[in-house]
Design a protein around this ligand. Structure first.
Ligand code: FMN
Length: 201
């Protein structure tokens, strides 16, 4: 019985060490930000200041782009009727856009290169991180390759916002002050170890 207790104590100690590995290391600010960023789809009615919106857009504009062509542009929408119209332009709907305080429509000039999807995706990722850094909730809403009510979701949004024809819409990032809290992601949850391959698969 005593031996069994000792074994159980050792097992509990080993387990708690394994669990706390992540916590023990001091995460950098960026690592904390990466873990804390979650898709937030519920927002308060409080508007986002213009300065904050511009700083979030800036993050997208500083993203790297293929050949340094910077084909990605951003349409910021705050008008409630426009937000609702943009949300409806995706056939299955985009409730987080409808309920958002603002949204950033991430578009790319396709005449500036064939890698616009990658360019716009990097920019949208930066936007999500900048929003979290500034305490704003954000959620990516996919538009590329999605149906609209009559046309593609991208073409309908282009009509609503007067976006020229050579542009495509990648996504709409809904933004707002958080009305929901989500736990930070962990390395274990993200299966980081299992998904990392050094030298070969
Ligand atoms: C390419 C891409 C497309 C996504 N499309 C949508 C979408 O259309 N609607 C939505 O609510 N969330 C969308 N998301 C958010 C994901 O659902 C979310 O990132 C995922 O469930 C992980 O949750 P987390 O962001 O809280 O870690 C998308 C995310 C990515 C990267």
């Amino acid at each position: 019985m005593r031996n069994l207790l000792i074994i159980l104590c050792f097992m509990a100690l080993f387990n708690s060490c394994a669990n706390s590995q992540e916590v023990k290391r001091n995460d950098t600010r960026l690592e904390q930000l990466l873990k804390n960023r979650r898709s937030i789809r519920s927002y308060t009615a409080q508007p986002i200041s213009r300065d904050t919106l511009q700083r979030i857009v800036n993050a997208g504009a500083f993203a790297p782009s293929s050949y340094g062509q910077n084909p990605v542009e951003f349409v910021v929408v705050e008008d409630k009727a426009k937000l609702a119209a943009v949300a409806r332009a995706k056939r299955i709907g985009a409730p987080s856009v409808r309920d958002a305080a603002a949204a950033i429509v991430v578009i790319a000039d396709t005449s500036k290169g064939e890698l616009w999807v990658e360019d716009a995706s990097v920019a949208a990722g930066y936007i999500l991180l900048a929003a979290e850094d500034l305490g704003i909730g954000a959620c990516w809403n996919q538009i590329r390759d999605r149906d609209g009510q009559r046309l593609s979701a991208s073409d309908e949004i282009k009509q609503i916002l007067g976006i020229p024809s050579q542009y495509e819409v990648l996504c709409v990032v809904a933004l707002g002050h958080k009305a929901e809290n989500k736990a930070a992601r962990t390395e274990r949850e993200q299966k980081v170890q299992q998904r990392t391959h050094f030298e070969r698969f």
